[in-house]
Design a protein around this ligand. Structure first.
Ligand SMILES: Nc1ncnc2c1ncn2[C@@H]1O[C@H](COP(=O)(O)OP(=O)(O)O)[C@@H](O)[C@H]1O
Ligand SMILES: [Mg+2]
Length: 248
């Protein structure tokens, strides 16, 4: 059952140190193909650092990580993954459309495909009317939506979404999640971080992260049940107290 092929992401003792400080500490993470896995935890827990190592942006200090069976950082996984950074990866001096075109060209998409995907995605993120506007003139939430559209453009099989719904209004947040679930139906794997507990509940599994490692992991309802709590916030605090005991 537990075959390696089953996983989109596998890490073993994954560690990232900055000087004497350990940002990600001996992390063993397993994300199955086709699941939405939510990484939850307070600021500074190491979520972004983990995602950056998995998407080949920074090198681990020690430990292993594989994505679709390819070892990071050697494996060339760029075409398979989409990374939406926490700090918006939008070019302010370009229009909304030019931002998408830029990403499309990086991934070597044909012009026709870029145009078609741009129209589809701008509709999805509700920015069609802003297509020719300079990105710098848009609000923070709107820039975030451009960033999400850019990430989805080349139809990656694995998405790293680092707080993709910050500054996005509640109605659009819900439609984002409908879309993520739709992608999952198509077999796409999603690793997402969020501080919204209503979003965490929509994940197939979540991992609570603290001080660079997982303190508990499981399906949202399972985590609630095992903690004896009614909310995921309280469950997190409870697992923090139990520290170190990983529940799967
Ligand atoms: N380039 C860096 N140099 C030094 N410390 C860093 C660097 N990047 C992140 N950190 C530290 O690592 C810890 C984890 O950060 P991060 O992964 O961004 O956490 P999260 O995304 O969970 O909020 C934080 O204490 C942060 O200050
Ligand atoms: Mg972060």
């Amino acid at each position: 059952m537990d075959s390696k092929n089953e996983y989109a992401i596998l890490t073993s003792h994954l560690t990232k140190k900055y000087g004497n400080f350990t940002a990600v500490d001996d992390l063993d993470l397993k994300v199955k193909k086709g699941e939405i896995y939510g990484l939850l935890g307070p600021n500074g827990a190491g979520k972004t650092t983990t995602i950056k190592m998995l998407s080949n942006i920074i090198k681990p200090s020690s430990g292993d990580a594989t994505v679709f069976g390819g070892k990071i950082p050697e494996a060339d996984i760029a075409a398979k993954i989409g990374y939406m950074p926490q700090e918006t990866g939008v070019y302010l001096g370009l229009t909304v459309e030019q931002n998408l075109k830029f990403y499309g060209r990086i991934f070597g998409l044909a012009s026709k495909d870029i145009e078609r995907r741009t129209d589809e995605l701008l509709k999805f993120v509700d920015l069609t009317d802003w297509k020719y506007e300079m990105a710098e003139n848009l609000s923070g939430g709107m820039k975030h939506r451009i960033s999400l559209a850019c990430t989805l453009l080349h139809q990656p099989q694995l998405l790293f979404l680092d707080e993709p719904t910050v500054g996005v209004d509640p109605e659009l947040r819900v439609s984002f999640w409908d879309y993520f679930e739709n992608l999952r139906e198509k077999g796409v794997t999603i690793l997402i971080t969020t501080h919204y507990m209503d979003e965490a509940r929509r994940c197939d599994r979540i991992g609570f992260m603290k001080h660079g490692h997982l303190i508990a992991e499981g399906e949202p309802l399972e985590l609630l049940k095992n903690s004896g709590m009614d909310s995921l916030e309280d469950a997190f605090l409870e697992y923090s107290k139990r520290e170190g005991k990983v529940v799967t």
